[in-house]
Design a protein around this ligand. Structure first.
Ligand SMILES: Cc1cc2nc3c(=O)[nH]c(=O)nc-3n(C[C@H](O)[C@H](O)[C@H](O)COP(=O)(O)OP(=O)(O)OC[C@H]3O[C@@H](n4cnc5c(N)ncnc54)[C@H](O)[C@@H]3O)c2cc1C
Length: 415
């Protein structure tokens, strides 16, 4: 029987494995780390004495690949959200607090109501979204930068969160597929979703359990150091000194990050400029989260971008945080905490125990040059396919993109 080797057990690799296991294939997963999940993982933090995620991950109810994956691995109840398509925001410069509150159905009636749209914007401002249809390679800032509050309070925070790239260089058109699959379809597709307990509990543990029932051989701590080929097909994979020779019908799904793939196989084109995401997890013992205005708030005019509260942990995300990522953890905490304290009614409180996590290569940068480097699923080698959020999924580098790339890779293999 032929074997399918999957290199990398991030969500793209796990998604490919789940699809392929359904078809009854014999599968081996090789994961370099001692833990699966890649850039979406949880761990026990001794300093905080809490289970935390490497970073806050926000999904939307229109992310159908995420929901299908969770249904397959029987983990559909492990996402949580407010049950409404409502996003709270605070402007730290003006003190304004507001919610964007989407209505059901594709007709955006919410823009007609002052209390459901961004303060300082008019109904007509929302028509600017149509510019995305003909944006070409224009950046977010060049497309929407002259739009006052609509830019400051909507396009800028939305695009930085989704594209993880500074608005002056982020290619705007990559927002289109996201908007089409979520916001443009109305509230049922735009509800925010986060992991209830943690990313590993939602995605990774149930996937591994599901795969173990299907006798998938998952090998942790097995970093692949080379993939050998004869110009037509992959012939062997190496781990340090050991070498596994592939049979004539064996196949490989390479689901490693963009910076690793070209080092394993020559001739693979991949994005090579990345943007960091910084996360700060503050432990506020005794925090009464029922007294907070919201458990998920987007921040405008602040070094912090999004704030999420889970029990007594306030987690803060800073996307495209190039400057912040270069600073020591203590400086990052000191930069972020004053605004967080203000929003959470903890003004004047000293910085609580905190864990700073810098993911220097959180996603590739969404510039025209980088988008042109996203490869297709199939490669020049006939038994090698690619998966990963950086492949040409048509989506930004997100969980939805990663899982969808795994489905595409599995489809190619089965074909
Ligand atoms: C801090 C942060 C916040 C984010 N926020 C969001 C969000 O809010 N919403 C959202 O949708 N997305 C978000 N993302 C993006 C999301 O996490 C990624 O798109 C997704 O996890 C990528 O999955 P992947 O499988 O493509 O890659 P990875 O998760 O990078 O998986 C690749 C795997 O390959 C393994 N590997 C590498 N080299 C080798 C080797 N030589 N041999 C064997 N194995 C190897 C790695 O250990 C890893 O497990 C965020 C990312 C970060 C870092």
């Amino acid at each position: 029987m032929s074997t399918i080797h999957i290199i990398g057990a991030g969500l793209a690799g796990l998604s490919a494995a789940v699809q392929l296991a359904r078809s009854g294939a014999q599968i081996v997963i090789h994961e370099g780390a001692n833990q699966a999940g890649g850039r979406a993982r949880s761990f026990y933090d001794r300093h905080l004495d809490r289970l935390i995620d490497n970073g806050n991950h926000l999904m939307l109810s229109g992310n159908y690949s995420v929901l299908n994956f969770l249904n397959l691995i029987r983990a559909e109840t492990r996402l949580a959200g407010p049950g409404q398509a409502k996003f709270d925001f605070a402007d730290l410069e003006t003190g304004d607090f507001w919610s964007i509150d989407f209505n059901r159905g594709p007709v955006p009636l919410w823009v007609l109501y002052q209390n459901r749209r961004v303060p300082g914007t008019s109904m007509l401002d929302y028509l600017s979204g149509l510019k995305l249809l003909t944006a070409g390679d224009r950046s977010i800032a060049s497309l929407f930068g002259d739009q006052g509050q609509m830019y400051r309070r909507f396009w800028e925070p939305f695009s930085v969160a989704v594209l993880n790239t500074a608005p002056d260089v982020a290619v705007a058109r990559l927002l289109l597929p996201v908007i089409r699959e979520t916001l443009a379809k109305g509230a049922d597709y735009s509800k925010p979703l986060v992991a209830k307990v943690g990313l590993s509990d939602t995605f990774v543990d149930p996937a591994l359990k599901w795969l173990s029932y299907r006798k998938v051989d998952v090998r942790m701590g097995r970093r692949i150091s080379a993939v050998e080929d004869d110009g037509k097909r992959v012939t062997a994979i190496r781990t340090g000194k050991s070498k596994e020779v592939l049979g004539a019908d064996d196949k490989v799904v390479m689901a490693v990050p963009a910076n690793i793939a070209p080092t394993l196989v020559s001739g693979i084109c991949a994005p090579d400029r990345f943007a960091p995401i910084v996360n700060a997890h503050f432990l506020v013992e005794g925090l009464d989260d029922t007294k907070l205005k919201s458990k998920m708030i987007g921040l405008v005019a602040s070094p912090a971008h999004w704030l999420f509260v889970r029990d007594d942990i306030i987690s803060v995300t800073v996307s495209a945080g190039h400057d912040l990522a270069g600073k020591p953890a203590a400086d990052i905490a000191a930069t972020i905490w004053p605004d967080i304290a203000k929003i959470c009614g903890l003004d004047g409180r000293e910085i609580p125990p905190v864990r700073i996590i810098k993911e220097h290569r959180a996603t590739f940068q969404v510039t025209a040059e980088q988008l042109a480097k996203r490869p297709k699923t199939t490669t020049h080698l006939n038994n090698l396919v690619l998966a990963g959020d950086w492949t040409d999924t048509g989506l930004p580098a997100t969980i939805e993109g990663a899982i969808r790339s795994g489905v595409s890779a599995a489809r190619e293999i089965i074909k």
